[in-house]
Design a protein. Structure first.
Length: 254
């Protein structure tokens, strides 16, 4: 649990809530950050999956009229019920960071900004450059839809108990329109996931689950992308070009 009051204040400052704003907090834990958010925001929806934490949260946060505690899973929470312009704040555990972030990317129209805390390794993946070890499907999905910035690192001592790794806070601002045009967003993400499913495979082998050999050869020629390359060497723009061709060629619907 994050307990350092200085770090808690920095996270709230990054979220920039006002008394007219709604904040979604994913994983309030013991409620330390929730209390800080409640002082600054109009409403806070705190979504907690761990039923063991609910009684203490209800007791500790019960006197805060603008905090709405919800027992539920962020992977299934109805984000569409939140008002437009909601800010999202979360400390995401390593094992669920990627699926929750991907859901937030898909539901980005609801949010004005996201201020998320990850293990430093995940933060590095979000901000990675092509050709690096950290570059992957998460990098590309975020880049497609959002501006991402690592705001600051957090040392283990800010937590109780202290973890064995550093953490980092990342700010994500949804773009008004995607960074590249893609005919079908879900198909683009499917191609990207396939390309990184087994990083050592060439694109020609990795994308066999997406398209047949003939379509891949045609895409290679039309898009001028060597399919002997690996996914980690392609830019977002190259993935979009390749995906659009395959979508038209195969008639896939994502």
């Amino acid at each position: 649990f994050l307990t350092d009051p200085n770090v808690l204040r920095r996270i709230v400052a990054a979220a920039r809530p006002s008394k007219t704003d709604t904040v979604l907090e994913i994983g309030p834990g013991r409620g330390d950050l929730t209390r800080h958010l409640a002082q600054a925001a109009g409403r806070v929806f705190a979504v907690e999956l761990d039923r063991r934490l609910i009684p203490s949260l209800q007791s500790d946060l019960g006197e805060l009229p603008n905090v709405h505690l919800v027992r539920g899973d962020a992977l299934t929470f109805p984000f569409h019920r939140l008002p437009p312009g909601t800010a999202a704040v979360a400390n995401l555990p390593y094992n669920v960071a990627t699926p929750i972030l991907m859901r937030l990317v898909e539901e980005r129209a609801r949010f004005s900004r996201l201020v998320l805390m990850f293990q430093k390794e995940v933060a590095d993946r979000i901000a990675a450059s092509p050709g690096t070890k950290s570059y992957g499907s998460l990098t590309l999905a975020v880049r497609y839809a959002m501006d991402a910035e690592i705001l600051f690192k957090i040392a283990p001592g800010a937590f109780s108990p202290p973890p064995k790794v550093d953490s980092a806070v990342v700010q994500l601002i949804p773009l008004r329109s995607p960074r590249v045009a893609a005919r079908n967003e879900s198909f683009l993400f499917a191609v990207i996931r396939a390309a990184f499913g087994q990083r050592r495979k060439t694109l020609r082998n990795a994308l066999r689950s997406i398209a047949g050999a003939e379509a891949l050869s045609a895409a290679e020629n039309a898009c001028r992308i060597d399919l002997a390359r690996r996914g980690e060497t392609l830019s977002l723009e190259e993935f979009a070009r390749l995906t659009d061709f395959l979508f038209e060629r195969t008639g896939r619907k994502g």
